[in-house]
Structure formats: structure tokens, C-alpha cells
Design a protein around this ligand. Structure first.
Ligand code: BGP
Length: 489
């Protein structure tokens, strides 16, 4: 496999899923702090107040806040040259609209980046990985309010100024297309717009029970685009060498049959759910198909025609394209086709693919297909896969070892597919696996859905001492990195 010489190899985490210490160091509440755990059959619920008798996984997560030195040393042992992490916005601006940033929060990330540097690891920093301060949700109605654009830009520029000599690679918003992909979940996660929920009540509320108001959701997403563009513009003023990217959740879609109706529906869904956000952020303008879709939901699209915003989107186009890739789905107009039971990623089952215990279909060739698609859609734009991984139940043997050959085989095939895409000519610059260390699942809030090369002794019943240990995949990935992707055995 011929990966480029300075290819970035590493892993990715998000603050809310690993840090814990949810009120330490002056941090304020962030949206994920209000989420309870669920499992594969129980949707995650949202509890708008903190109740003593309930379990909120982000509050302790895997306690990266106190273990970061040990964890970064383990990443270095695997040979990481890149570590993707997010800054928790609520550590820097605990109330979202504070006049001054929280120095203790800033100092924490200084220490983390210094630790990376010590080990020769390049940080890749996501500014917003679902960690909108809770106060912005309750006081401003999230990104629906244009004032939130300025709060975000202030937060972003504070980080750019502070870390301009320590961080070169930035991403403005994680999985920015989530509000399109899944209205209720996306409202919550991406844009902090919660509809029709009494934010003072204590009863948990299931995501699917929340009301969707497309006008607010899509106008908020527009404000997110503007916030991202402004951040890119300001970032480049602070350090012209910054590489600032977007981040899309790419669920690759195939027609289930060659029925032209299936083809058309697949193209339509691919456009809306996978391409729309990338087009805005890379090309700097809404694609031609956006208006028809928005209007079909009854949305007044005049915000798309605002001249000042149009100018910002164009000037604030990103420097590189990044995405998460876990699976592919099939699309069909046949209502009787066998469905995938996942509200977020719904589609039809592909008879050629196997799935994880959470129903995510495993498709390495789909990654090659996707990389080629993106390279032709966004010519001359460097591409990076910033999330890819296999959530699974792991078994700890009596001697403490963990034989996760299923994970190794998932990664082997996906890295092979990436290598083939590089040979096809795709300008791929790096790869960070999702969850190089076990962490809290975003979708289900579980610890049991494990992704790591590093095991964390922490469980869904709240037990475990947070100790870390190496799985078989740890040694395998180390070999892969040392050989720059050539040795996948
Ligand atoms: C992406 C998120 C991550 C991560 C990953 C795996 O959607 O960006 O935060 O969690 O998916 O999903 P899950 O944790 O639900 O298994």
C-alpha cells in the first residue's frame, strides 16, 4: 500500500465522551451533560435537569481530564502522528456569553497540546463536537438565534489566538449534517435547538418524542454555516498557515436495485444528507438542489439569498474536507424491503454485507467508493478520514488480555481500501480512527459499545476503576503505523 510519506496516522475522541470532570476547572454545563445512557434497544433520553439518582455518562466519561498524560503516552507508543480531540466549549465559556474566557479551561488544553508536542503528535482540534454550552441552549435557543454566531466566533477566535503556535489543524463543527440526517437528534446535538420540551421539567424525554420545526432547524443550520465561515476567515487572519476543515457524517448509500426509481431516490438522498453541507463549506455556496428540498418541508428559504451571508460563505470556504465513515446503507422505493432498525441511519439491508451488533453495516469498499466520489466532487481539496471504527462488546480474559480480532479485521479492510483509494489518486492526507481508547458512545451513551485499541475498566452500571490496558488491536495498529500502512497482517 502506498500511503504518502507524511501521512497522518492516529485516533479521534470528543471532549464530552472522554474528559469527564464535568464541573471541574470552572467548566459550565454543556448539552451532552444532560443526556442519560441507553442501549441498542433503548433510545438515549434527555433530562433537562441534573437529578441525583440518574446516570449521566459524560459526567465522568473515562476521566481523560485526569488521565491525559497516560493516554497520550499510550497513543505515542502506538506511533500516532496525529490526535484528533475536541475542546469543550463550556470549559472556555462556561455560560456561553461570558465576557472573559475561563483561564483554567484554556490552561487545561495548553497542557494537553504540550503533552502532544512532547511526543511529536500533531493535534487536530474540533471546536464544536456537540458541546454547545447549556446556557446557550436555554437562553438563546441555540443556533436559531443569530447572536449565537457571534458567541461561537468569539470562542473560536479565543482558541485560535491562544493556541496559534500549538495547533495547525482545526475543524469547525463535527458532523455538521446531523440536523439534516436526523431532525430530532440533530437538533439536540448539532445546533442546540430544542423544541417543545419544558426545560425545567425533570422527566426524561426520548429523542423521537421531540417536536421538529424545520424552519428553525434549517435556519439554525444556516447560522452554523455562517459561524463556520466567519471562524475560517478570522482563523486565517490569526495564522495564515492554519488548515481549517469541515466535518461531515458520510453514510454512503447504494440503490438496492437497478430500478431507476431507486437510483433517483439514492441520488436525492446522497445530495441532501451527504453532499449539501460539504458543498456549502468547500465550494462556499448552497448547491442547486437545496431550495427544492427545504421548500418541500415548508421552509422559507430567504436566508439562502442574503447577500452578506453569501459573501461570507464564499470567503469562509474550508481548506480541507473531512468526514466520518462507519457504514453504508441501501435505498429503495420498495416499502416492503428489509429495513435497518436505526432511526438515525435508516435504510434497507444490503444482502452482501454483515453488520455490527448495533446494526451498522460493514463496508470497506464503500470507503474507497466514497473517497473517489469526494475527490471528484471537490477537486484539489485534501481529504482526511477523521472517524472510522468498530463498536463491539469486548471480553477480558482471565489474564487481562483482550483478543479483539473482529476489530483488527474491520480496520485491516478499511485501511486496505484507503490505500487503494490513494492508488486511485485520491489526495488523502490522514486517518484518525474513532475512539482509539474506549469511551462513551454518542448514540447510545454506553461504555459497552467499545471502540478502543486501549481498554478502559469502566462499565454501564457505574463500576470500574478507570484503569487502562492494551488490546490485541493496540499492537496491530502500532505495526500498521510503523510500516506506513504497508503491513496489515
Ligand atoms: C459519530 C460521532 C462520534 C462517535 C461516533 C460513533 O457520529 O461524531 O462522536 O460517537 O459517531 O458513534 P457511537 O458513539 O454512537 O457509536
Amino acid at each position: 500500500m502506498a500511503f504518502p510519506k507524511k501521512f497522518l496516522w492516529g485516533g479521534a475522541v470528543a471532549a464530552n465522551q472522554c474528559e469527564g470532570a464535568y464541573l471541574e476547572g470552572g467548566k459550565g454545563l454543556a448539552l451532552p451533560d444532560m443526556l442519560l445512557g441507553g442501549d441498542v434497544n433503548t433510545p438515549r433520553t434527555f433530562c433537562p435537569t441534573i437529578e441525583k439518582d440518574r446516570f449521566y455518562p459524560s459526567h465522568e466519561a473515562i476521566d481523560f481530564y485526569h488521565h491525559y498524560k497516560e493516554d497520550i503516552a499510550l497513543f505515542a507508543e502506538m506511533g500516532f502522528t496525529c490526535f484528533r480531540l475536541s475542546i469543550n466549549w463550556a470549559r472556555i465559556f462556561p455560560n456561553g456569553d461570558d465576557a472573559q474566557p475561563n483561564e483554567e479551561g484554556l490552561a487545561f488544553y495548553d497542557a494537553v497540546f504540550d503533552e502532544c508536542k512532547k511526543h511529536g503528535i500533531e493535534p487536530l482540534v474540533t471546536l464544536s463536537h456537540y458541546e454547545i454550552p447549556w446556557a446557550i441552549v436555554t437562553k438563546y435557543h441555540g443556533f436559531y438565534n443569530r447572536e449565537t454566531i457571534e458567541l461561537y466566533v468569539k470562542y473560536a477566535t479565543t482558541c485560535f489566538e491562544r493556541y496559534k503556535d500549538k495547533v495547525k489543524y482545526w475543524l469547525t463543527f463535527n458532523e455538521i449534517n446531523m440536523p439534516l440526517m436526523s431532525p430530532q437528534v440533530g437538533d439536540m446535538y448539532g445546533i442546540g435547538v430544542i423544541q417543545d420540551v419544558d426545560l425545567k421539567r425533570t422527566a426524561p424525554c426520548k429523542f423521537p418524542d421531540m417536536k421538529d420545526v424545520p424552519q428553525e432547524r434549517l435556519q439554525a443550520l444556516h447560522n452554523v454555516f455562517v459561524a463556520s465561515a466567519k471562524a475560517v476567515i478570522e482563523g486565517h487572519k490569526i495564522n495564515p498557515n492554519f488548515m481549517i476543515g469541515n466535518m461531515v457524517c458520510h453514510v454512503t448509500r447504494y440503490p438496492l436495485t437497478p430500478n431507476p426509481k431507486d437510483m433517483l431516490e439514492t441520488q436525492r438522498m446522497d445530495h441532501i444528507f451527504n453532499d449539501l453541507c460539504g458543498d456549502v463549506q468547500v465550494r462556499g455556496a448552497y448547491p442547486y438542489f437545496a431550495k427544492k428540498y427545504y421548500r418541500s418541508l415548508g421552509v422559507d428559504t430567504s436566508f439562502m439569498d442574503d447577500e452578506a451571508d453569501k459573501k461570507l460563505l464564499l470567503e469562509g470556504a474550508v481548506d480541507f474536507y473531512t468526514f466520518s465513515y462507519y457504514m453504508s446503507n441501501c435505498i429503495t422505493t420498495d416499502e416492503n424491503a428489509d429495513k435497518i432498525e436505526d432511526s438515525m441511519l435508516a435504510g434497507a439491508k444490503n444482502p452482501y454485507l454483515k453488520a455490527s451488533d448495533w446494526g451498522w453495516q460493514i463496508d470497506p469498499d464503500g470507503l474507497r467508493w466514497t473517497l473517489n466520489k469526494l475527490a471528484s466532487r471537490y477537486p484539489d481539496t485534501p481529504i482526511m478520514v477523521v472517524e472510522n471504527g468498530f463498536g463491539a462488546f469486548d471480553k477480558v480474559e482471565a489474564d487481562g488480555s483482550i483478543h479483539d480480532d473482529y476489530r483488527i479485521s474491520y480496520f485491516r479492510e478499511h485501511i486496505r481500501a484507503m490505500g487503494e483509494a490513494v492508488e486511485d489518486g485520491v489526495p488523502l492526507i490522514g486517518y484518525t480512527t474513532w475512539g482509539p481508547i474506549d469511551l462513551v458512545s454518542a448514540g447510545t451513551g454506553q461504555y459497552a459499545k467499545r471502540y478502543g485499541f486501549i481498554y478502559v475498566n469502566r462499565h454501564d452500571d457505574g463500576t470500574g476503576d478507570f484503569s487502562r490496558s492494551r488490546k490485541d488491536s493496540f499492537f496491530w495498529y502500532k505495526k500498521v503505523i510503523a510500516s506506513n500502512g504497508a503491513d496489515l497482517d
